[in-house]
Design a protein around this ligand. Structure first.
Ligand code: FES
Length: 133
C-alpha cells in the first residue's frame, strides 16, 4: 500500500494540488521523450528548454509543471508536446520552437498556431455540472 501521506507531502513540495495550501500550477507541459516521434536526443533537448523556461516563469510568479512522458501515442512528427489546461497538442517542437511556445503559450496564453495539431481542453467538474443545469 502506498504511503499516501508521503506522496501528498512530496506533491505539495512540487506545487501539485492546492488542497494542502501550497502552490498549484497554472499549466502542465507534457513532453514526449520517447524515440519514435523524433530523435530521443532532440526530445530531451526540448524538455530541457521547457524546464529552463518554467524556472524563469516561476521567478515571475507563474507555476508551470513539466513532465517527460515516454509516448503520446502519435509517434510521428515530434518532438510532440501537450500543454494543459488548454489541451493543446504541438508537433515538431524543436528546441527553438519550444522557446517560441514558451514565449507565446506559457508567457502570453496564446498558442503557437503553426505548430498546433489539435486541442482537447479538459473541463472542470464545476464547468461540467454547470453545463448539465
Ligand atoms: S514516441 Fe513520441 S509519441 Fe510515441
Amino acid at each position: 500500500m502506498a504511503d499516501v501521506k508521503k506522496l501528498r507531502e512530496k506533491a505539495a513540495k512540487r506545487g501539485i494540488g492546492t488542497a494542502t495550501g501550497g502552490g498549484g500550477y497554472e499549466r502542465h507541459v507534457l513532453v514526449c521523450v520517447g524515440g519514435s516521434c523524433s530523435a530521443k536526443s532532440e526530445n530531451e533537448a526540448t524538455l530541457k528548454i521547457f524546464r529552463r523556461r518554467a524556472k524563469v516563469l516561476e521567478s515571475q510568479g507563474h507555476r508551470v509543471y513539466c513532465t517527460p512522458v515516454e509516448c503520446l501515442q502519435l509517434c510521428r512528427g515530434g518532438p510532440l508536446v501537450v500543454i494543459y489546461p488548454e489541451g493543446t497538442w504541438y508537433h515538431s517542437v524543436s528546441p527553438s520552437v519550444a522557446e517560441r511556445i514558451a514565449d507565446m503559450h506559457l508567457g502570453q496564453g496564446q498558442p503557437l498556431e503553426e505548430h498546433v495539431i489539435t486541442s482537447n481542453a479538459l473541463h472542470s467538474e464545476r464547468n461540467d455540472s454547470a453545463e448539465q443545469n
